[in-house]
Design a protein around this ligand. Structure first.
Ligand code: C2O
Ligand code: CU
Ligand code: CU
Length: 484
């Protein structure tokens, strides 16, 4: 159990960083791909991907799903059964596949011993169906989430619990899954489309998820940094292999579902073609050498096969998001996360990436109802801890606001807003180079990010917070009320 909400102490035991990994040696060996990730079938069937959640309705445009969160014994780390908490028995939970315009009903049953919710991260839906901590489902109880998928929202999203103060624990024990929305006509139709749910975890010697109390040395480091684990998972597997034909183009949808780890993704020796972000595809593809994916962010990239029989690696490069006092000692280690193996098959027919993927309209800024500043300090927003009974920001429906998120401390904090996709205007005064829809944006240490957001369709109370889950649990969250 986590302690009551309290201001995070910046005092850290000096020994802290030294014990980060020592106690968990059992899992620090080089990750080995599991047999099902290694099979040599066709590219598509070898990829370990969570199964797709079955639609119980047969009516066109109507989706009826059932998700149950319950304790489940699973082998999360190879060879060590864990008392996990899982949606429908798997980690990650089953993938939810939807289409724009769908009317969705999710029957949720909470079989945990504590309150939970399902939050539909990034979706634009009624506030009472958002799965925020204001609408917790008690242990043993059920509820339905009902929402319609807006046109234009095709993209890669995810779902996770969002109870008051225990989100870190519930996600760390295994509750998270992907949600994909497809458009009527996909501009990237016809190429292999893979899902990569990135996460990390840390286990005790007996296989249990290691969640030390905040009063312990490691628990205090977790509270400061956000909890990281030394095992890096892709769809619940370590170091799976993507098979790709020479010259073939494949689409990767990448979700950072980790509680705190930021991935800085690169394939050494190759450019990545960045085609999309949290709220779907960009207008135009962008070639990049690397991509920073803060926790809860999503990226879509296209990768290409190389020479027949060649091997490349998708890697996460060192990224210093940390406060100097609690930086893990191995933070400068690059980590391999996925192997890309080019097959010896005949080369794939050339694929031309469409030069325009879709139209991303700019949010109209001619009338700005309010400019606000949110000051992020360690554990607090505008000098306050989250209070479930307090509204921090009142905005009007059908208005547009500009928010400046200012991080005044020496550690990154990724900002996330529920319910409304926003656009980044500038980062530290540098204008965003192109338009995209975002629901999360990293705010690096001692920097400012300005966003523009329009509040449409759904009045009510919405969360905004730091998406480092320990920070969120400890009160680095506020409530926005959108008034009619
Ligand atoms: Cu991903 Cu408030 O959530
Ligand atoms: Cu969210
Ligand atoms: Cu934070």
């Amino acid at each position: 159990m986590r302690p009551r909400r309290a201001v995070m102490s910046l005092v850290v035991v000096i020994l802290g960083a030294m014990v980060t990994l020592g106690a968990f040696e059992a899992f620090t060996a080089a990750p080995v791909a599991r047999p099902d990730a290694q099979s040599t079938g066709t590219a598509a069937d070898a990829w370990p991907t969570p199964r797709v959640l079955q639609n119980l309705s047969s009516k066109p445009g109507v989706v009826e799903l059932s998700l149950t969160a319950s304790p489940t014994r699973l082998e999360l780390a190879p060879g060590k059964p864990t008392e996990a908490w899982a949606y429908n028995g798997t980690v990650p939970g089953p993938t939810i596949e939807l289409r724009e315009g769908d009317l969705v009903t999710v029957h949720f049953t909470n079989k945990l011993a504590q309150p939970s919710t399902i939050h539909w991260h990034g979706l634009h839906l009624p506030a009472t169906h958002d799965g925020s901590p204001l609408h917790a489902v008690p242990p043993g109880k059920s509820r339905d989430y009902v929402f319609r998928i807006p046109l234009g929202s095709a993209g890669t999203y995810w779902y996770h619990p969002h109870p008051d103060m225990t989100t870190t624990e519930q996600v760390s024990r295994g509750l998270y899954g992907a949600l994909i929305i497809r458009p009527a006509k996909d501009p990237l139709e016809g190429i292999t489309d893979r899902l990569l749910v990135l996460s990390d975890n840390r286990f005790q010697a007996n296989g249990d998820v290691d969640l030390p109390h905040h009063t312990t040395v490691q628990g205090n480091i977790d509270a400061q940094n956000g909890r990281e684990g030394e095992i890096l998972f892709v769809n619940g597997h370590t170091m799976p292999t993507i098979f790709i034909k020479p010259g073939e183009t494949q689409r990767l949808r990448i979700i950072n579902a980790a509680a705190a780890r930021v991935f800085r993704l690169a394939i050494p020796g190759q450019k990545l073609v960045h085609v999309g972000s949290d709220g779907g595809l960009f207008e135009k593809p962008v070639d990049v050498d690397e991509l920073l994916v803060a926790n809860s962010e999503r990226v879509e990239v296209l990768v290409r096969g190389g020479e027949p029989g060649s091997r490349a690696v998708l890697r996460t490069l060192p990224y210093d998001r940390y406060d100097i006092q609690t930086r893990p000692k191995d933070w400068e280690q690059p980590r391999d996360i996925v192997e890309l193996r080019t097959t010896t098959d005949a080369p794939a027919p050339a694929y031309t990436i469409p030069s325009t993927l879709r139209v991303v309209p700019a949010i109209d800024r001619r009338v700005i109802a309010r400019n606000r500043t949110l000051v992020f300090a360690q554990g607090m927003i505008n000098n306050q801890l989250m209070d479930m009974t307090r509204v921090d920001i009142r905005a009007r429906l059908n208005t547009t606001e500009i928010w400046t998120i200012e991080n005044v401390v020496g550690m990154d904090h990724p900002f996330h807003l529920h319910g409304f996709q926003f656009q980044v205007l500038d980062r530290n005064g540098v204008p965003e180079p192109f338009l995209s829809w975002k629901d999360s944006v990293n705010v690096p240490k001692h920097s400012k990010v300005r966003i523009v957001v329009r509040f449409e369709n759904f009045p009510g109370r919405w969360m905004y917070h730091c998406h480092i889950l320990d920070h969120e649990d400890m009160g680095m969250m506020g409530i926005l009320e959108v008034l009619r």
